[in-house]
Design a protein around this ligand. Sequence first.
Ligand code: NAD
Ligand code: WQD
Length: 339
Amino acid sequence: MTILVTGGAGYIGSHTIIELHKANHNVIVVDNLSNSSKESIKRVEEISGKSVKFYEYNILDQNKLKEVFKENKIDTVIHFAAFKAVGESVSKPLKYYHNNIAGTVSLLEVMSEFHVKNIIFSSSATVYGDPVSVPIDESFSLSVTNPYGRTKLMMEEILGDVFRADNSWNIVILRYFNPVGAHKSGRIGEDPNGIPNNLMPYISQVAVGKQKELSIFGDDYPTVDGTGVRDYIHVVDLAYGHVMALKKIEDRSGLNIYNLGTGKGYSVLETLHAFELACGKKLNYKISDRRAGDIASCYALPNKAEKELEWTATREIDEMCEDAWRWQTKNPNGYKSGK
Ligand code: NAD
Ligand code: WQD
């Protein structure tokens, strides 16, 4: 099949293209490089030995999108393109509503015009807000605590409305838990701008000496050791989940929603210790105040994806840390590190 990947130069998109190539799909990318670099695509091509047709376009620009749909016979869209920084979304909500929501509506309109009605959408465990219990299954009630999360929830609702109005659409909504790690080659990985917001990239930068110490945001949560617990999932497992979700689209099965997580939770301290083992050194940390909006525990019940997509995460936390460490050491300044 020919798959249009929006946001394909980004962290999850780049890893997904490799899995799509392995499954013999033809990949086209639209990305405006607002949070990525073309270098990731170059390296994806080098890893998979296949080429990617790349359009440096903004999904908000419908004329450009139409060009892409005219030039290519697209079967399915995997839609990653979005802004994702929670803190920034609080200070610049309109930037997030415009890019994520108007961007998705723009894409859906063009898809509709070209009768391409198959889409896999990147949602997030953030739509569960502060869950009443863990593990979290897909039927849990939804709520959000910040504008970024609200964009994900609104887009899930928009997709639901689109499907109810026209049930010839095939839509898979994937709720990712916490993607971490990198491709085994160490050639592609997560490349945050400036000081990382997320745990694993921050620990990686402490390990490589770019940050002095990790601040652990709170040690008084009702968890195993008082620090926050999350479901870290290897980005390659997550990427493969999209290949399996494509099969659901091929079955023309309407609207479906799946958690993509491992089902296991690790605390911040457990994750830090796993990384210490991977990099072979002790890492400095201090306990700080809780971060506003954080929750104690969040991990998935991944049974629905296992049963219906025949997908399960296979990589453990040690492998996630080893792969993140390899990427970080080979590319201390991300893609800017050069060849
Ligand atoms: P990323 O920032 O690395 O990738 C997103 C890509 O989309 C970037 O390459 C960016 O340049 C591009 N983009 C953004 N706006 C665009 C626009 N208007 N037009 C064209 N391209 C545009 O992020 P990621 O971590 O790969 O996340 C991919 C998707 O998964 C996002 O939708 C994100 O919200 C979602 N998600 C991410 C996580 C996570 O922790 N990484 C967790 C849950 C969900
Ligand atoms: C993990 C744990 C922190 C940094 C975010 C988004 C979510 C989703 C994934 C997109 C928490 C602790 C972190 C640090 C710390 N993204 N921590 N020191 O908050 O679970 O999820 O990314 O959809 O929407 O909110 O991930 O990696 O930021 O934090 O102690 O420097 O690490 O408090 O317990 P989070 P995270």
